[in-house]
Design a protein around this ligand. Structure first.
Ligand code: PMP
Length: 431
C-alpha cells in the first residue's frame, strides 16, 4: 500500500490551487491545516471509495462531511440527476420537485409541518435565528461552545469544527455588535443553562444547539441537558432550534430529534437533505413558519433555492432512506468499528477512547470521556495527526481533525470495517 503515500499530482494541483484560492481551498478544513502536510486532490468517488488524482483509492470515512450516507455516485441519485438535467438546470420559479422534497422532509422529521429550502446549512441556521428573533421580538441567541452552525456572524463565537481546529473560534471580521447578542455556554451544562435563563430569560429569542454534537468530535447530550433545554425555553417563551444539519436523516429517518425524543420549535437541515448537492432547509410548525415572507414579514430569499437538480438528488436520497432504511446496517457496521477500535486501544495501551452514536464515531486521544468543549480541549492533537497520516497512508480517508466526526455509509462492508480496525491497530502501535 506504499503507493498511497505517493501523491505527486496532488502536490502539483495544490501548488497551483494556492495561487488561485486562499490556502488553496474553498473551505478551510480541507487544507489539512490541523494535521500538517498537503491535502489530497480527488478525481472521482464511487460507493465507499474516493479516488485521488494520482489514482490512489481510499476507503472514505467522511462522505463529503456527512451527505453521502448511501455512498458515492449512488445509481438512483445519478439517474434522477440525469433525468432532471436534460430539462434545464434552474428556472427561478416554483416546481413540483420542490413539493416532493418538502413533502418528504415534513413526512420524515417529526417537528416539521412547513419547510423552506435554502442552499446550505449556514443559510438554514442564519435564517432560523432571524426567524426566532422575528417571531419572538427578542434579540439574544444562546449557543454552546464547540457547536458549529456554519459561518453566520453571530454564531461564529466559540465555534467548533474548522473554527476550533484552526484556532479561530471567534473570527476577525465579526463585529462586536453581531456577537453581543450571543450568549455562549458549555454543552451538557444544564445548571449554566438554568442560570442564563434566570438572568436573561425575557431577552432570549432562541437556543440553537447540535442535538448530538459532531463538531468537536462526537459528543452525546445527557438526558438532563436535553430536558433542561426544552423545559427552560418553554418556560421563558424562547424558541428551541435543533441544528440537525449533520444528524438529520443520519441518526434515524427523522434525525436526532426522533431518536432522542426532542421536540424543537425550529429544525435546521443540510448535508443529506441534498443528497450531495447544495441544499439546506429550515422548518417548524405552520404557525412559526408563517412568519416567513411572503406569508409573514421575516425576509429570506434565494436565486437558486429549490434548484431542480438539488431537489432531484435530495428527494431520491430521502425516498431511499424511507423505503429501504439502512439504519440497522449502519448501526451494526459502526458498532463493529467501535468494538474493534476499543480492542485496538486496549491491546496497544494508547491513551484514547471512542464515542459513537449510530453511524457517527470519533476516536479521541484523551484519557477522559469528552462531554463538552473543556474536555475536548484535553485531546492530544499531535497524536491525532500521527494517527491520521498513518491511516491515510494505508488508504483510509479520515476527517483531518480531532474535532470532527467520522461517518460510516451504507456502502461500507463488514470486511472493510475489519480492514480499518487492522490498520488502526497497526497505526496505534506506532504511536
Ligand atoms: N450546522 C452544523 C451542525 C454543521 O455540522 C454544519 C457544517 N458542518 C453547518 C451547520 C453548516 O453547514 P454548511 O457547511 O452547509 O454551510
Amino acid at each position: 500500500m506504499s503507493s498511497v503515500a505517493d501523491r505527486p499530482l496532488s502536490s502539483q494541483a495544490f501548488e497551483r490551487a494556492k495561487q488561485l484560492m486562499p490556502g488553496g481551498v474553498n473551505s478551510p478544513a480541507r487544507a489539512f491545516g490541523a494535521v500538517g502536510g498537503e491535502p489530497i486532490f480527488i478525481e472521482q468517488a464511487e460507493g465507499a471509495y474516493l479516488i485521488d488524482v494520482d489514482g490512489n483509492r481510499y476507503l472514505d470515512y467522511i462522505g463529503s462531511w456527512g451527505p453521502m450516507i448511501l455512498g458515492h455516485a449512488y445509481p438512483p441519485v445519478i439517474e434522477a440527476l440525469q433525468h432532471s438535467i436534460a430539462r434545464g438546470t434552474s428556472y427561478g420559479a416554483p416546481t413540483p420537485g420542490e413539493n416532493e422534497l418538502a413533502e418528504l422532509i415534513i413526512e420524515l422529521v417529526p417537528s416539521v409541518d412547513k419547510v423552506r429550502l435554502v442552499n446550505s446549512g449556514t443559510e438554514a441556521t442564519m435564517s432560523a435565528i432571524r426567524l426566532a428573533r422575528g417571531a419572538t421580538g427578542r434579540d439574544k441567541i444562546l449557543k454552546f461552545a464547540g457547536n458549529y452552525h456554519g459561518h453566520v456572524d453571530s454564531l461564529l463565537v466559540a465555534a467548533g469544527s474548522a473554527a476550533a481546529t484552526l484556532a479561530v473560534p471567534n473570527s476577525p471580521g465579526v463585529t462586536s455588535g453581531a456577537s453581543t447578542d450571543t450568549i455562549v455556554l458549555e454543552y451538557n451544562d444544564a445548571e449554566a443553562l438554568a442560570a442564563a435563563f434566570a438572568q436573561h430569560g425575557s431577552e432570549i429569542a432562541g437556543v440553537i444547539f447540535e442535538p448530538v454534537c459532531g463538531n468537536m468530535g462526537v459528543v452525546i447530550p445527557t438526558t438532563e441537558f436535553l430536558t433542561a433545554l426544552r423545559s427552560l425555553t418553554r418556560e421563558h417563551g424562547a424558541l428551541l432550534i435543533c441544528d440537525e444539519v449533520m444528524t438529520g436523516f443520519r441518526l434515524s429517518p427523522g434525525g436526532a430529534q426522533q431518536l432522542l425524543g426532542i421536540e424543537p420549535d425550529i429544525t435546521t437541515l443540510g448535508k443529506i437533505v441534498g443528497g450531495g448537492l447544495p441544499v439546506g432547509a429550515y422548518g417548524g410548525s405552520a404557525e412559526i413558519m408563517g412568519h416567513i415572507l411572503p406569508e409573514g414579514k421575516v425576509f429570506q430569499a434565494g436565486t437558486l433555492s429549490g434548484n431542480p437538480l438539488a431537489t432531484a438528488a435530495g428527494s431520491t436520497t430521502l425516498r431511499t432512506l424511507r423505503d429501504n432504511p439502512p439504519y440497522e446496517r449502519l448501526e451494526a457496521l459502526t458498532a463493529q468499528l467501535e468494538a474493534g477500535l476499543n480492542e485496538a486501544i486496549q491491546s496497544t495501551g494508547v491513551t484514547a477512547n471512542v464515542a459513537r452514536i449510530g453511524s457517527m464515531i470519533t476516536l479521541f486521544f484523551s484519557e477522559q470521556p469528552i462531554t463538552d468543549w473543556s474536555t475536548a480541549a484535553t485531546c492530544d492533537i499531535k497524536r491525532f495527526a500521527q494517527y491520521f497520516w498513518g491511516m491515510m497512508d494505508r488508504g483510509f480517508y479520515l476527517p483531518c481533525s480531532q474535532y470532527e466526526a467520522m461517518f460510516v455509509s451504507a456502502a461500507h462492508t463488514p470486511e472493510e470495517i475489519d480492514a480499518t480496525i487492522t490498520a488502526a491497530r497497526e497505526v496505534l502501535a506506532t504511536l
